[in-house]
Design a protein around this ligand. Structure first.
Ligand SMILES: [Zn+2]
Length: 110
């Protein structure tokens, strides 16, 4: 269940980055289609994610390019601190959502 929610957040983040790229392309004076479709998908997606998590996501997204980052070899790939192995074990077990103690980003285990 948690894993599913995290997957939705990752897709939301990818979408947000695509939308940012389209805005940048437009800012440079080029035509870019598809933004409206992406915004619609984004809305649908956001409705499937718990509000409390969206709140964290939006807050983090203002601060970082990526609000949700993978953990690899017990290292947060957002800020490169070591995640305590106890948390890493629980993180893999799909029971709750963890935030990095170093940077506060939402973590997922790959
Ligand atoms: Zn971190």
């Amino acid at each position: 269940m948690i894993r599913k929610t995290l997957e939705l957040l990752i897709v939301l983040q990818d979408l947000d980055m695509m939308i940012e790229e389209i805005s940048e392309v437009k800012r440079l004076g080029f035509n870019a289609d598809g933004e409206d479709d992406l915004l619609q998908v984004r809305e649908d997606l956001r409705h499937r994610i718990p509000v409390s998590l969206l709140y964290h996501y939006d807050r983090l997204k203002k601060r970082y390019k990526r609000a949700i980052v993978p953990v690899k070899d017990n290292i947060c790939l957002g800020c490169l601190i070591k995640i305590p192995s106890g948390i890493s074990a629980s993180g893999r077990s799909d029971s709750e959502i963890y935030f990095c103690e170093g940077c506060g980003r939402i973590l997922y285990w790959v």
